[in-house]
Design a protein around this ligand. Structure first.
Ligand SMILES: C[S@@+](CC[C@H](N)C(=O)[O-])C[C@H]1O[C@@H](n2cnc3c(N)ncnc32)[C@H](O)[C@@H]1O
Ligand code: SF4
Length: 258
């Protein structure tokens, strides 16, 4: 790529993300997953290239290593995770669940002080199960960060919805299906209606506001890919902003994937 092309590309990206600096009132979904967004962080790329080190721009963190769902295809090596007695294929029942502590949030605050811009909450389990989920979300927001998160949306407490609404930049619901039978089977739980109602409630609470951007994720396998067109229509009618389709990855260390 010539220097002119790089500069033009850089300008185009700066234009496309203006909504972030101008009050975040017009999310540009075309650029939401733009593979060229690294151009927004040229200074860090330059620093990394010439010194071998730079400060973080984005961090991915987790709050828990346990989950109320039991997706057999989940990349997590559940026989090494906490609360294994609640998992199919569980190994050591004596292993304790891991919960993020205040120190993790303090650490993110320290990273924010040296330039961190965004954090995504994913992890090896379901983040909304953490007892301090609401408190942690508020603290992360107090560092002036953009917060993204993934969830299976199987929660009962309404304060979780309010915390998402008030603090998140984007929220992605991991659904992987659009039919109760398949969701029950592939997520190992009987809560499809609750999950969908939570998404509906969040969309209703957000109303006309543009944030948080709310998406549905569909991890495909040899069974559920046939339902993709139906799922796309279902999610559209639900009113989410976008749908992500990803391949299911195999974890060779996970006995459930054998
Ligand atoms: C491990 S989950 C943790 C957060 C939360 N429990 C959830 O499901 O959104 C994070 C994301 O990884 C995806 N995922 C899990 N196992 C996967 C696999 N084997 N291949 C591809 N994506 C996977 C899930 O669909 C989810 O969107
Ligand atoms: S809901 Fe998320 S963490 Fe839980 S089993 Fe499924 S993919 Fe894994």
């Amino acid at each position: 790529m010539s220097n002119e092309t790089i500069i033009d590309e850089y300008k185009r990206i700066i234009d496309s993300v203006k909504f972030v600096s101008e009050g975040k009132n017009e999310p540009n979904l075309k650029d939401f997953q733009d593979s060229k967004k690294i151009f927004n962080h040229i200074k860090n790329v330059y620093e990394l290239f010439y010194t071998g080190d730079t400060t973080p721009v984005h961090m991915t963190i987790g709050f828990t290593n346990y989950c109320q769902h039991k997706c057999p295809w989940c990349y997590i090596n559940w026989q090494q995770a906490g609360r294994t007695s609640e998992r199919s294929g569980a190994g050591d029942i004596n292993r304790k669940a891991i919960n993020a502590s205040d120190r993790l949030i303090d650490g993110v605050g320290e990273a924010a002080a040296i330039g961190l811009k965004a954090v995504t909450i994913v992890g090896d389990g379901e983040p909304t199960l953490h007892k301090k989920f609401v408190e942690y979300l508020k603290r992360l927001k107090s560092f002036n960060l953009d917060i993204g998160m993934f969830s299976n949306f199987s929660f009962d407490k309404k304060e979780i919805l309010y915390a998402m609404l008030e603090n998140c930049f984007f929220i992605r619901a991991s659904l992987d299906s659009a039919k109760k039978e398949y969701h029950d089977k592939s997520h190992g739980n009987d809560d499809f209606d609750k999950v969908i109602n939570n998404i509906k409630d969040l969309l209703k609470l957000r109303g006309e506001k543009k944030f948080p951007i709310i998406g549905a994720q569909y991890v495909t396998n040899t069974e559920n890919y046939k339902d993709l067109p139906y799922a796309a229509e279902f999610y559209k009618n639900l009113g989410v902003d976008y749908m992500t389709i990803k391949p299911m990855l195999k974890n060779d260390l996970n006995i459930a994937h054998k």
